[in-house]
Design a binder for this molecule. Structure first.
Ligand SMILES: Nc1nc2c(ncn2[C@@H]2O[C@H](COP(=O)(O)OP(=O)(O)OP(=O)(O)O)[C@@H](O)[C@H]2O)c(=O)[nH]1
Ligand SMILES: [Mg+2]
Length: 401
């Protein structure tokens, strides 16, 4: 699973990426600072079961800080997108090619309204963030449509003789885009189009199909960035009135806090509404005033920088993720080496005990016998539907030796 960051140029995509990963990719106040995609690792954060069980854990595949389990995920930051990109403007389709593997998107907009359509910094406030959202999504849909139309006639001809295989053929055409046959079937069904009758689809219907396919295969959350700027308030109120899923955020503030925490200047956990200065005697006046600005303009008004909420929401809400903790020793809650609650896995809601076994290792899936719900001691069958925060022992023929 990969989390992709998209948006028009200069809205703060790379700043968000750096804040999320603590990498140092270039950020600047002009468009197209980023050209090549940046890949990194960030974390989904969840309340760890160690607290409710009152045990001290020793995580292996993840981290646990103050009772928050941090599970690593991949994230990619790409070039900005301008109107006409699908026809080659700006960096053209390059951006779109870089995002093809993403399973879920964070779509960043500049809530301060101080960047124009092309991402150039302006004096005049642009008060319609929905326009920015719409054009970025439209470029995505146009790009998808171009890809699809490349093979349209062949798929249409074959579909007439080989009814039932159309979704499979489209999935093949779009392979490498993390789009499945199921996405394709559901996308058509959602807008009442019959996939087997695609030869009769109008141009508008093909375009609607592409939008529907984008929404299902690359669900997105809007990150309304730069909320430290007072101009943002009006745009945020406006966004609220539209009913779109969005989270206000301040990428620059998060970056500053995380960097300060990294050098032990402050104590700060992503997502928290406050931070503690560890030793104010060592701070310069400039550092103190930067931290005060973050507190005054972001945390006190908005409750958090929003970055962790957005990452969590992408995985846990949009991708329907739950967290499960497999262990090998159900009494000690350990793996073979004695690590306590070593691993946390993000699984999709609806996944079964057997799915978990396969996710851990294909051998474990193939030789699955049953599972144990460690909290209740109950024996579970292969079809048991996992719940959030479950601790599971998989019993397999191989594990029974
Ligand atoms: N006020 C404010 N400025 C921000 C924030 N996040 C980013 N910026 C500024 O916005 C400008 C653009 O930031 P980048 O991260 O380079 O933006 P980008 O979207 O990656 O830009 P491209 O790669 O050119 O598409 C920089 O001057 C950042 O300092 C924020 O939370 N608040
Ligand atoms: Mg960038």
């Amino acid at each position: 699973m990969i989390l992709g960051i998209i948006g028009k140029p200069n809205v703060g995509k790379s700043t968000f990426f750096n804040a999320a990963t603590l990498l140092n990719v270039p950020m600047a106040s002009y468009p197209f600072t980023t050209i090549e995609p940046n890949f990194g690792v960030t974390y989904v954060s969840t309340d760890c079961v160690c607290r409710t069980l009152n045990v001290e854990d020793t995580p292996v595949n993840s981290r646990c800080i103050n009772g928050k389990r941090l599970i690593p995920i991949k994230i990619v930051d790409i070039a900005g997108l301008v109107r006409g990109a699908a026809d080659g403007r700006g960096l053209g389709n390059k951006f779109l090619d870089d995002i093809r593997q993403a399973n879920v998107l964070i779509h960043i907009i500049d809530a301060s309204g101080l960047t124009d359509d092309e991402g150039v910094t302006t004096e005049k406030v642009n008060n319609n963030p929905i326009n920015d959202i719409n054009f970025v999504e439209k470029e995505f849909d146009l790009w998808l449509k171009q890809l699809l139309l490349k093979d349209w006639q062949r798929i249409a001809n074959k579909s007439e003789t080989n009814s039932g295989k159309t979704a499979e053929m489209i999935a093949e055409r779009l392979s490498g885009l993390s789009i499945t046959e199921k996405h394709i079937r559901n996308a058509a069904e959602k807008i009442n189009l019959i996939i087997e009758k695609l030869t009769s689809w109008s141009d508008d219907e093909i375009m609607n199909f592409c939008s529907s396919l984008r929404e299902l295969s690359k669900p997105s959350i809007i990150a309304a960035n730069k909320i430290d700027n007072p101009n943002a308030k009006e745009n945020i109120d406006y966004l609220k009135s539209t009913g779109r899923l969005f989270v206000p955020c301040a990428a620059e503030a998060e970056l500053l806090l995380k960097k300060a925490a990294e050098i032990k200047m402050i104590e700060y956990l992503p997502g928290e509404p406050t931070f503690n200065i560890l030793n104010s005697n060592n701070l310069t006046n400039a550092q103190i005033s930067a931290l005060e600005m973050v507190k005054k303009n972001v945390l006190d008004i908005w409750g958090s920088t929003g970055i962790q909420t957005i990452i969590n929401s992408a995985y846990l809400d949009l991708l329907n993720g739950i967290i499960v903790y497999p262990v090998e020793d159900e009494n000690k809650l350990t793996d073979k080496k004695g690590n306590i609650l070593p691993d946390a896995y993000i699984m999709q809601k609806g996944s079964t005990a057997k799915n978990l076994a396969f996710t851990i290792h294909s051998d474990l899936g193939e030789t699955f016998v049953h599972a144990i719900n460690v909290k209740t001691g109950l024996r579970l069958g292969a079809d048991y539907i996992l719940k959030d925060s479950d601790i599971i022992k998989i019993v397999s023929k191989s594990s029974r030796g």
